[in-house]
Design a protein. Structure first.
Length: 328
């Protein structure tokens, strides 16, 4: 733009001197054949062939040499710098670079999307497999647990049934505990002596068996118990009632070994119903709990264990060890 301004500022006389180099070389033709066409030689030097954008200086005698336009002609040459080239390249490449970057970003987004989709799909498959394995394991464990529960339920049912059968089979028995044991003793004679002491009549035909049984705890120093089996539960109840009356008639003493004519140190013995090992353990725990919590009475009737706080309170049936623990 500055070059155009400088050219417009030149005076007409100076502009009239401009001539194309090709026009200068054209021969001028005249009507006379004698005169040969003369040609004007181009001015010496490289000035006519100078195709640069530099504006030549006007002649020294130009009337406008002193004017402001002459000062415009004295401006430096229009230079093409690296900064301008860089700006032009930036302008040209900006659109192409934008399109390339957009295409590159789109390709990266697609690749990342495919990669994420693949990774998420693989992770979901792994989680699904692990979840399936876990659910299968839980189902198997649940099935095993259910089988154990069923087995425990069946075992409890069988234990209750067995306890009922034992109770029936022991319903005709009494047990003599802590009777001193001697070699070559006759346990039937000892029982006969007991019937005489408590004043109850039992015929030989009403006695099915009379024997000592093995200890429940082999490490105990207590003598083996004597079990007497009767022909009916009625005979058993009759003997038990007679012993209870005797103990009430002799408080603080009860039945002792001397009553059976057993020599040696006198010791007390007991006549009770014949209980199963589980019932014996429950009876011992009930007697201990009664002592710790000031219960006055603990007794056994028809294979069942009862407790009573005092004469005015009601009887409590102790069914199991868990039930006994919940009472306190």
């Amino acid at each position: 733009m500055s070059i155009l301004i400088q050219i417009a500022a030149l005076n007409k006389e100076y502009k009239s001197t401009w001539m194309c180099p090709f026009c200068i070389n054209v021969k001028r033709r005249v009507r006379s054949n004698d005169s040969a066409g003369s040609s004007t030689a181009p001015p010496p030097g490289d000035e006519l062939m100078n195709m640069s954008c530099d504006i030549p200086e006007p002649p020294a005698n130009s009337p406008s040499s002193d004017s402001a336009s002459s000062r415009i002609l004295l401006t430096p040459k229009y230079e093409v710098t690296m900064e301008k080239i860089s700006t032009l390249l930036d302008e040209k490449l900006s659109a192409s670079l934008t399109m390339f970057m957009e295409s590159f970003r789109k390709a990266i987004r697609e690749d990342v999307k495919d990669m994420v989709k693949s990774e998420i799909g693989s992770a979901i498959c792994n989680i699904k497999d692990e979840f399936s394995a876990t659910t299968d394991f839980i189902c198997a464990e649940q099935k095993t647990l259910q089988e154990r529960i069923d087995n425990a339920t069946e075992m409890n049912r069988l234990n209750n049934r067995l306890a009922g059968m034992e109770k029936i089979t022991r319903g005709c028995n009494i047990e003599l505990q802590a009777v001193p044991e001697r070699r070559n003793e006759n346990v039937l004679t000892l029982f006969r002596k007991l019937c005489d002491v408590v004043n109850v009549a039992v015929d030989d035909g009403q006695i099915s068996a009379c024997r000592r049984v093995a200890k429940q705890n082999t490490a105990s120093n207590r003598p083996r118990n004597i079990v007497v089996t009767f022909s009916s539960p009625r005979i058993r109840d009759m003997v038990l009632s007679a012993t209870h009356r005797y103990n009430k008639a002799h408080p603080g003493r009860g039945l002792v070994s001397s009553d059976l004519d057993i020599p040696g140190e006198t010791c007390r013995f007991y006549v009770t119903e014949h209980l199963s090992p589980e019932q014996k353990s429950l009876h011992a725990a009930a007697r201990k709990a009664a002592k710790d919590h000031s219960f006055k009475y603990v007794w056994i009737k028809n294979g069942q264990i009862y407790m009573r706080k005092d004469e005015s309170s009601g009887a409590i049936l102790v069914k199991t060890m868990e039930y006994l623990n919940k009472m306190y």
